[in-house]
Design a protein. Structure first.
Lengths: 479, 925
């Protein structure tokens, strides 16, 4: 059933063709396009060379190997594949209903046939950070995937990126319970580790047939060193990784007041250096605290915060990214897929930033290089630089122009999306319908003509006897 | 125009200077000067009058009455206000109940629920700056409370994150739901635990359950599941956090007292609806109480029939709570904005006012152990202050500013409402209101009386107990704004065009309490001059003008009594003609509309459609009487003669008379518009040829040329001393009706408009008169014949006609000189007329000299005039005389808010002007 769906999707996308080609070209050269590498200056008419999935040359004058497939992209724009920094889409639903569940992994729930991946491709998003939703206290582990592939393994770019935490109250809860549950989880971890350490120390001694000879406190201290990964149970493994810095923490702060508890939780448990703050619309007001810790942030999907004065009823609006940009923080923009119109495009979000006074370069980084840095994949993705993965989007115009289309997208130098073959887009835009109508019209016309022809023949057939009749009648009269 | 601009510039500078300190105060260092400071401190006096608070870096550096304000600090003045510490609410609904089901759950922290970024403007507007947050009231132990501030930088809002262990006693916490925390992941190894029943189930059990939980926590005993609440309770108990025990019923209160004593812990009781019954126990145990009266002020309480406390009376409870450390809090479940109302009710129920104020400031701060920072004003404490419009225990008091840590965190929105509270409000003659109040909205008086509505956030001017408020004083004849221009302005001119934004001169007059002047030109035109009623303060001309034209000024003071009627008759006749046109038009229009309504046919004959226009001709340049002077030549001295000429076409003819030479003759010649050439035919002995005059018109009414007598040319100069206006009909016709027969309105003639209004009796005629005979003539014409409203200006001879003046209700504007000599003795005209029942008004007859008018009137009072009459004459009397009493002259609903605040009666007690309000705005003097 599932394979059928995947096949179907691939067929619909016309991807089957791209990927089922026995050997994709090892070397691809894009020639004559305007290159926006995000890092460094724009190249008006340049060439980008991808060899074995990696970018090997970007520049005005690039020697193209004889065996490379040369694609003429003059008049088009080459842009790094964009990165969706924070989404639950691709999962069947955003959250488990358990408040504390660090043993979950999005790996188990990623659905390669999810339409959200197809949408990502269509919008030029070539890496997606799939992470549990915000409705939790401590959630599961996330990963970064390509929006294409048949299995989660095939899609994965980097596994085990981060655990999701939230200091904003989960549905049906309030802040006191939320924070009590958060504190309880880490306190329980400490108890668990102490007990485990003691048990490990005992076990080690048992191996040497010795009895425990020290005070339990001392045993716990000694045993701490002896804990191995395999000793940890599922429930605690990821939390230990979090404390060790092997997994990041992405903490959701829905409101400004949630920022300080998030920072405090991270500080107290020693993972502040591995913390990314996911902001809700109102959270930008804690900009002082955010600046003080200097941790990267993921901006809310809605970029404007509206607020009414409780006494005068006056409406005040704030453009959130500008506040964060001015604070000098590393930030990434999110698309807003729940908005059926503009905000679902990362380029539109970036264009609005430019409109509200953020430099163009910074706005472009916020949808490419910044999320790559935040996710720790900036050695591979986020810009068009030599050595990075060949994830390129070919745009019909400037990325911040709303008239621009994603023409083609290459992942690892392999064609992953082609607008000309995007059947669903055609349906969406009514092109399909129009084509069908056109075909139908032509068909009808043909049929009509055919009918006409046959009709004429029939008429002729009919006419003949009448002629006979007409010739007969006068003759009859004459008679 | 330039004048206006300069004034605006000065204004801008003034405004900038005023607003600057407010801006600078954002840094947290400033000084506040206030009418009254209530520090509510145990060490400072209860009340500091005209005190100063010096704030440095958000803390109070000094407080007192006679403080030297360092020059580097901006000073914020609150002349009418009372400064108190920010209110402290020791029990609020701001922390909501958590949703945990555990009966004993010490791990919840109320501080987690506090939004440190929220704008608590409503709570701040009610004066509450510091509050206690409760983790909940629905379980036996709900967690740890917190103490926070409701404003200021978010990082410093929390004062005590873990302030207490919150314990609740009473029926609400009985029978909590069973604890059903599922283990996860559930498996064969990890079974699903059975629901655990929780206690308490009865009053007996509640303290027992508490005791057990504490013992278990201290022993480190835990349930099957790890829970944060056990270690949290152990920690709290070890740290000896105060116990905050909520108990309403008497039995629970005494249980709580016993528990505190047995466990030897510090703590306090909240709620305490029935605490009055166990007041002795509370007093003996020295346990503080946060009293939350049972009350509902948002909506009347529903059926509370089964609530035993409903039978009790808060008043009786409060009286029995004497001697207990008592803090007041809003009723349980009611928003924190009700704190002051709760205190007001407590005070009304008999709680001592000082104790009441302490019970919402210093005492709750002490109970919550934050008294070192908030709850009172003292050196070293946080600058958390309220600027209030009056005493906080006055119901109508409201908040003007809230400072937290030296930052202004609340400023009310300005809606322009103003309330004046004064010792006496003199609203009009015979209407003196003691302890009066005035409400002003949008520049108009809305309400006046012993008490007025108090819209929230209204500005308050508090000049109790001795302030004396009068309507703005009126100068009935002034030249303010003319700047020495002595032109006789005709009725066509509008004097209000001369004024713009009030300038320094205006302010000088305004500072004397004169808010309205009746502005008139120095010289009066023959056809009358206009008056304008304008205010002496305001930034825009339209807002300063009360009425323009306000009156028609006529002058017969130098005329022969016989000529008075003729002099006055001229403008009146012109006005009458003009008015008649309008009356006719209005009549025609009414007829037309009626006919149209009925559908009748309308007469549109040619005759009724047009009228001929008569227009005064332009004066021709030569016709009239000329005085000629011939000099030079053989003449020993200038020879003069008079020529009376008339221009007919281009021919000139006339008569020459020379008294010095004793001859008369005929003059004939031509005039081409500028050059005159004429011959004189006269019978002069020894003169063969007639003398010839050749002269040019060098300027209007001035000829220069030569006269040739027997070959001798002599220079000649002539001035026209009389000219005649010739009225003639021009051919132009004006349409009276439209094609459809609708009458067209007559042309508006600005020079006749004031006269029209005069004859319509909308504005008065102000007549400059002097002698009794002139007054007699004026009264005969204007009052008897035309039935006009008349004001006499000067009128030194008025005393002769007292009976007539009184009967005809004519106001006399007495001359600026109070005392004159008459029949070799002092005559006090104002006193004489007032005493004999004639309404009088005062005039300055000056520009900014008007500032001395109140002093002049005071002199008049000192010389015998009734003080009440003097004040009436300066306000209501003058306003009535000029028919502007619908806007100024008295204090009443709908009138302009032009008010003068004296320290006492200006004439009875020689009070001085403290403050002036014009159009609802206070004028900076």
């Amino acid at each position: 059933m599932n394979t059928k769906r995947i096949l179907l999707t691939c067929c619909l996308l016309g991807l089957g063709a791209a990927h089922s080609e026995a050997v994709p070209p090892a070397k691809v050269a894009f020639e004559g396009g305007r290159i926006i590498p995000v890092v460094g200056e724009e190249i008006a008419k340049g060439t980008l060379l991808i060899e074995h999935g990696k970018i090997t040359a970007v520049g005005k004058k690039v020697e193209i190997p004889y065996d490379a497939m040369v694609i003429d992209v003059s008049g088009k724009v080459l842009f790094p594949g964009m990165i969706s920094p924070h989404t639950w889409r691709g999962l069947d639903r955003p959250n488990e209903n358990l408040p504390v569940a660090p043993y979950l992994d999005v790996y188990d729930a990623i659905d390669p046939s999810s339409l959200s991946f197809e949408d990502a491709l269509r919008d030029g998003v070539l890496a997606v950070h799939v992470i549990q939703g915000n409705n939790c206290v401590i959630g599961g582990v996330s990963r970064v995937v390509r929006p294409i592939g048949r299995t989660p393994d095939e899609m994965t770019i980097k596994p085990s990126i981060a655990l999701k935490l939230s200091t904003s109250p989960k549905t049906g809860s309030e802040r006191m319970s939320q924070m009590a549950a958060m504190r309880e989880a880490f306190l329980e971890l400490a108890y668990y580790l102490e007990n485990l350490a003691e048990a490990r120390y005992e076990a080690e001694l048992k191996k040497e047939n010795k009895e425990v000879d020290v005070h339990p406190e001392e045993a716990r201290t000694r045993g701490r060193e002896l804990i191995r990964d395999e000793d940890l149970d599922d429930k605690h493994r990821n939390l230990v990784k979090l404390k060790d810095g092997r997994v990041d923490a992405w903490i959701y702060c829905g409101a400004a007041t949630d920022v300080a508890p998030a920072i405090e939780t991270a500080k107290r448990n020693g993972f502040l250096e591995h913390t990314v703050l996911v902001l809700g619309t109102e959270a930008y007001r804690a900009v002082k605290e955010l600046r003080a810790v200097g941790r990267p942030v993921v901006l809310p999907e809605v970029l404007v915060h509206q607020e009414r004065d409780p006494i005068t009823g006056e409406l005040n609006e704030t453009f959130i990214p500008k506040v964060i940009h001015d604070a000098g923080l590393l930030y990434a923009l999110q698309p807003n897929p729940s908005s059926s119109l503009a905000e679902r495009f990362l380029t539109y979000q970036a264009a609005r930033c430019v409109r509200h006074g953020i430099p163009r370069r910074a706005a472009l980084k916020a949808i490419t290089l910044n999320p790559a840095k935040i996710l720790g994949i900036d050695d591979q993705l986020g810009s068009l630089e030599v050595g990075k993965t060949g994830n390129v989007v070919i745009l019909s115009g400037d990325p911040l122009d709303f008239n621009t289309w994603v023409e083609k997208a290459y992942i690892d130098g392999i064609l992953a999306y082609d607008r000309a073959k995007d059947e669903r887009l055609k349906v969406l835009l009514g092109l399909k319908k129009r084509q069908r109508e056109k075909e139908k019209q032509e068909k009808d016309k043909q049929e009509e003509e055919e009918k006409k022809e046959t009709g004429e023949q029939e008429e002729k057939k009919e006419e003949e006897p009448s002629k006979k009749k007409s010739t007969q009648s006068p003759s009859g009269e004459n008679r | 125009m330039i004048r206006v601009r300069t004034t605006m510039l000065i204004l801008t500078v003034v405004v900038a200077a005023v607003t600057l300190p407010l801006v600078a105060s954002a840094s947290g260092s400033f000084a506040i000067r206030a009418r009254r400071i209530l520090p509510v401190s145990a060490t400072l006096p209860w009340e500091i009058t005209d005190g100063v608070i010096i704030v440095r870096d958000g803390r109070i550096a000094a407080i007192g009455a006679d403080l030297q304000i360092p020059s580097d600090l901006p000073v914020i003045e609150f002349w009418d206000s009372t400064v108190t510490p920010g209110l402290v609410a020791a029990a609020t609904d701001l922390g909501r109940d958590h949703r945990g089901d555990e009966s004993v759950a010490a791990g919840y922290r109320a501080v987690d629920t506090f939004d440190r970024y929220q704008n608590y403007a409503k709570a701040l507007a009610s004066g509450v700056t510091t509050v206690h947050l409760s983790p909940g009231v629905h379980r036996l132990v709900t967690g740890q409370g917190a103490v926070v501030k409701l404003g200021g930088p978010s990082s410093s809002r929390v004062i005590r994150p873990q302030a207490d262990l919150t314990i609740n006693l009473g029926p609400d916490v009985m029978n909590p739901p069973p604890d059903v925390t599922f283990s996860f992941p559930a498996s064969a190894d990890v079974p699903i635990p059975l629901p655990r029943r929780q206690r308490p189930a009865s009053r007996m059990g509640q303290l027992l359950a508490l005791d057990e939980a504490i013992r278990n926590a201290m022993a480190g005993k835990d349930g099957e599941q790890f829970s944060i609440h056990t270690p949290a309770l152990a920690q709290v108990w070890k740290e000896k956090l105060p116990l905050r025990i909520r108990a309403d019923r008497a039995a629970d209160v005494s249980g709580a007292i016993r528990f505190l004593r047995e466990k030897d812990r510090g703590g306090y009781i909240t709620g305490g609806a029935q605490a009055g019954r166990v007041a002795d126990a509370l007093r003996a145990a020295n346990v503080p109480l946060v009293y939350q009266p049972r009350d509902s002020y948002l909506l009347p309480g529903a059926d509370i029939g089964t609530d035993p406390s409903a039978l009790g009376s808060p008043a009786r409870d409060l009286q029995s709570l004497q001697g207990i450390k008592l803090a007041l809090a809003p009723p349980a479940g009611q928003p924190v904005v009700g704190l002051r109302l709760a205190a007001l009710r407590a005070c009304g129920s008999g709680l001592d006012p000082r104790r009441t104020l302490e019970a919402i400031t210093r005492i709750p701060a002490e109970i919550l152990a934050v008294d070192s920072r908030v709850g009172s004003l003292g050196v070293g404490k946080d600058a958390d202050m309220l600027v209030l419009t009056s005493d906080p225990l006055e119901v109508s008091c409201h908040v003007q500013r809230v400072y937290i840590a030296g930052r202004c965190v609340f400023t009310p929105p300005t809606d322009g409402a103003l309330i004046i509270k004064a010792g006496t409000v003199w609203a009009g003659p015979g209407n003196e209101i003691h302890e009066g109040q005035i409400l002003v909205e949008e520049g108009k008086i809305v309400s006046v009386g012993r008490s007025v509505p108090h819209p929230p956030f209204a500005r308050v001017i508090d000049v109790r107990p001795d302030g004396f408020v009068t309507p703005g004083l009126i100068d009935a004849h002034s030249h303010l704004g003319l700047q020495g221009d002595r032109t006789a302005a005709g009725t066509k001119f509008r004097l209000s065009k001369l004024i713009g934004a009030a300038d320094v001169t205006d302010r000088r007059v305004c500072s004397a309490g004169i808010t309205t002047v009746l502005m008139a030109p120095y010289a009066v035109s023959a056809m009358g001059s206009p008056f304008a009623a304008v205010k002496t303060a305001g930034t825009q001309r339209p807002k300063r003008v009360i009425r323009d034209p306000a009156a028609v000024l006529l002058d017969v003071s130098n005329a022969d009594p016989i000529a008075v009627q003729e002099i006055l008759g001229k403008p009146l006749a012109a006005g009458k003609e003009y008015l008649d046109k309008w009356i006719k038009y209005e009549k025609d229009l009414k007829e037309f509309l009626e006919k149209k309504k009925k559908g009748e046919k309308i007469d549109v004959s040619e005759k009724s459609k047009e009228e001929e226009i008569k227009k005064p001709a332009e004066l021709d340049p030569i016709t009239g009487t000329w005085r000629v002077s011939i000099t030079g030549g053989p003449l020993p001295e200038p020879m003069t003669m008079m020529i009376v000429v008339r221009l007919v076409g281009s021919a000139v003819e006339g008569r020459v008379t020379s008294s010095s030479m004793g001859f008369t003759g005929r003059l004939s010649g031509t005039f081409d518009g500028s050059h005159l050439s004429a011959e004189i035919e006269a019978d002069i002995p020894g003169l063969d040829t007639p003398p010839k005059i050749e002269a040019d018109l060098v300027e209007e009414d001035h000829l220069k040329g030569t006269v040739t007598v027997m070959d001798i040319s002599l220079p000649l100069e002539a001035w026209r001393i009389d000219k005649k206006e010739v009225e003639f009909t021009v051919g132009r016709r004006r349409r009276l009706r439209t094609q459809s027969g609708r009458p067209l309105p007559p042309k508006v003639d600005q020079s006749l408009e004031p006269l029209k209004r005069l004859l319509e009796k909308k504005i008065p005629a102000v007549v400059k008169v002097s002698t009794p005979a002139q007054i007699r003539e004026v009264l005969a014409l204007l009052v008897d014949k035309h039935e006009l409203h008349v004001v006499l200006l000067g009128a030194e001879g008025a005393s002769v006609h007292v009976a007539q003046l009184a009967e005809k209700k004519v106001t006399v504007v007495v001359p600026p000189t109070v005392l004159r000599m008459r029949r070799w003795r002092d005559y006090h005209q104002a006193d004489d007329l007032a005493r004999r029942g004639i309404s009088i008004a005062f005039q300055s007859n000056a520009e900014d000299g008007a500032r001395d008018l109140p002093a002049v009137v005071l002199y008049a009072v000192e010389r015998g005039l009734d003080a009440e009459e003097a004040l009436t004459a300066m306000t209501t009397g003058a306003a009535k005389a000029f028919k502007i009493d619908d806007r100024v002259g008295s204090i009443g609903p709908g009138k302009d808010a032009d008010l003068v605040i004296f320290n006492r009666h200006p004439f009875r007690d020689a009070g001085y002007v403290k403050r002036v309000v014009v159009s609802g705005k206070e004028v900076r003097l």
